[in-house]
Design a protein. Structure first.
Length: 204
């Protein structure tokens, strides 16, 4: 099932309204990102709120790689698919090969894909990360004929002031890699940069 732009935009507007009550979101861009072509966005993951916050920080419509467990129930699965959710098995990506094929097609079409490289929530630090999905993407990069930019994103939750909590979203400079064997060092570089952007230490 393909993303429905109307559902995405409507949900984003509702999220913007609701989140403006509880959060003061400030976005900082370290560099100008390309307007065209595919992109992999790699944000810090601490809370479920990271997902709507990332969508609010980026103007283009995004696709999100999400754990397959969220797609268990039909109604939720349909809604997440309308929002651009791509179910992936976090332990064995090969089990959700159809989603990966869809991801490659989206990259060929110049779409922007969000992948949380830590694979799960990690608070008060930056996790070791998972490189398998990035490795699969790099394996198909030559097919695309394009060096895919991997964008590290730091999300820093500040103190509350009354009802509202300050959230800083810092979008870093693009990282690049040439081949699938570069996936592990790319993951390490991305997580180091995420930690720097968030001001959080690396955790083993």
């Amino acid at each position: 099932m393909k993303r429905n732009p109307l559902v995405y935009i409507t949900t984003k507007k509702v999220a913007q309204l609701v989140f403006s009550i509880f959060y003061r979101i400030e976005t900082e861009r370290k560099t100008t990102l390309p307007d065209h072509g595919p992109m992999i966005i790699l944000p810090k993951h601490q809370y479920w709120t990271d997902i709507p916050i990332v969508s609010l920080a980026f103007k283009p419509l995004l696709y999100f790689v999400a754990k397959k467990e969220l797609f268990k129930y039909p109604l939720i699965r349909n809604y997440l698919s309308f929002l651009g959710g791509l179910p992936v098995d976090r332990e064995q990506s090969i089990r959700t090969l159809d989603s990966f094929k869809a991801l490659v097609s989206l990259l060929k079409a110049g779409e922007k894909i969000v992948i949380f490289p830590e694979g799960t929530y990690v608070r008060n630090g930056v996790g070791s990360g998972k490189s398998r999905l990035l490795q699969m993407i790099l394996r198909f990069q030559s097919e695309l004929g394009y060096s895919i930019p991997f964008i590290p994103v730091g999300i820093r939750y500040g103190e509350r002031s009354g009802w509202r909590r300050r959230v800083e979203v810092c979008i870093g400079s693009p990282l690049f890699a040439e081949k699938d064997s570069d996936a592990l060092p790319l993951t390490h570089r991305a997580l180091q940069e995420i930690g720097r952007l968030c001001g959080l230490p690396q955790r083993s």
